[in-house]
Design a protein around this ligand. Structure first.
Ligand code: ZN
Length: 135
């Protein structure tokens, strides 16, 4: 069901500074920024081999990213696993008793269909499942 690690989501306090680090200092390819209003985040993507790095900055104090940073500080926020069909994957996971934050797919950055698995069902890791229409 899972194809690969689609991306690693990293919570940052200052997106511009983090972009500078990943693009200019580390020299990663930079694919631009996008605001996901629904999740109150601004994202920046860095394709890296088969996967990418996604930086996430809160656009609002009650953004999930703002709350995460408040509790745990900046750092790795989630791991996204690629699937072909996120609706089907949700059904399969629910059928196996996995707790889902999203039982219906929602739209993430770049128009991807995404859903989050509840960290209570994983060893404290927030896992995003992600379907892209572009491949
Ligand atoms: Zn993500």
């Amino acid at each position: 069901m899972f194809k690969k690690i689609d991306h690693l989501g990293i919570a940052v306090e200052d997106l511009a500074a983090a972009v500078e680090l990943f693009r200019d200092t580390l020299g990663l390819e930079y694919a631009g920024e996008e605001t996901v209003a629904d999740q109150k985040v601004r994202t920046a993507f860095f394709p890296l081999g088969e996967s990418s790095v996604e930086l996430l900055e809160a656009t609002d104090p009650d953004s999930p990213i703002a709350k995460y940073i408040e509790k745990k500080g900046p750092g790795i926020h989630h791991i996204a696993l690629r699937v072909d069909d996120v609706a089907k994957a949700i059904e399969v996971l629910l059928g196996k008793g996995v707790r889902m934050i999203d039982t219906v797919p929602r739209v993430g950055a770049h128009g991807a269909k995404i859903a989050f698995i509840h960290p209570k069902s994983t060893p404290g890791i927030l896992v995003e499942i992600c379907q892209r229409g572009d491949e």
